[in-house]
Design a protein around this ligand. Structure first.
Ligand SMILES: [Zn+2]
Length: 272
């Protein structure tokens, strides 16, 4: 499943593809449903609307138009590309005034393609309960994490994956970040010192920014906008390495389900 770095990478790819402001001539769709479904009338609302900007909110990619927002979520297997050729699993085609066609492809169809009026943005439940964004918001630091963890008895791994607290730290990045920080994933959040919180926020930023630089992971079917594969997977230090030697101390990496998700850590390098 695309996590925050993959979505950020796709967003950057779309920005590169749409350097000049484009006008939407029309949007067409396949007969198959995505996670939501738009009527032809809803699609026709955005005819002749200019694409002013593309930005990311948590794992949503937002196209800001003159009067509307287009909301795109890649689900499990979604991807965007510019290409005239029709491929299997193409669901949405945005025809632009320079005659290029921006196509959304999604084999498993868990993605979202929605259109909302700008005035409905603040009340849209998808965006009202989101936590801080470690990549976009500079106040994400050790002091901030220390403050928000004081009352939580949750394991820190579950806490940093809670989207209402921090957005975009998916399962892979949570294990990687805590390994880098030297903190055991099962440590109860409120027990962390301010210094430990500082190590965790720095590790989260380092992990996410590294992954963005590499274009995201190749776990699952993620493709960057434009079609090439990300390669962060090659750099994973702890995720998926059960019973393999830790790169720092040679201990065997351990693994267990935590909050229903596979979790990996080094028993020696990571302290409770
Ligand atoms: Zn180790």
């Amino acid at each position: 499943m695309p996590e925050l770095p993959e979505v950020e990478t796709v967003k950057k790819g779309l920005e590169l593809l749409l350097t000049k402001q484009q006008v939407i001539i029309e949007i067409s769709k396949s007969s198959k449903k995505l996670r939501n479904s738009l009527s032809l009338r809803q699609l026709s609302q955005v005819k002749n609307q200019k694409i002013l900007k593309i930005f990311r909110k948590a794992k949503y990619i937002i196209f800001e138009l003159s009067d509307y927002y287009i909301i795109s979520h890649l689900g499990m297997t979604g991807s965007w590309r510019i290409e005239d050729e029709q491929r299997k699993h193409d669901h949405i085609k945005i025809h632009l005034n320079d005659r290029r066609i921006l196509t959304y492809n999604d084999p498993r169809r868990f993605g979202v393609f929605d259109i909302i009026k700008k005035m409905d943005w603040l009340s849209d439940s998808r965006f009202t309960h989101l936590g801080i964004d470690p990549v976009l918001e500079s106040q994400f630091n050790g002091n901030y994490l220390f403050k928000i963890t004081r009352k939580s008895k949750k394991p820190i791994k579950n806490f940093i994956m809670d989207q209402s607290q921090i957005v975009g730290v998916g399962n892979i990045y949570a294990s990687e970040s805590l390994y880098l920080a030297g903190i055991h994933p099962m440590t109860q959040a409120f027990r962390l010192s301010e210094m430990s919180c500082h190590r965790i926020t720095e590790a989260i930023k380092e992990t996410l920014f590294n992954a963005i630089e590499c274009g995201g992971t190749t776990i699952s079917d993620f493709r960057q906008a434009g079609g090439s594969k990300g390669y962060f997977q090659n750099l994973l230090l702890v995720y998926g390495r059960e019973n393999k030697a830790c790169n720092f101390c040679n201990s065997l990496i351990e693994s267990q389900m935590l909050g229903g998700r596979n979790t990996f850590w080094c028993p020696k390098c990571q302290k409770v």
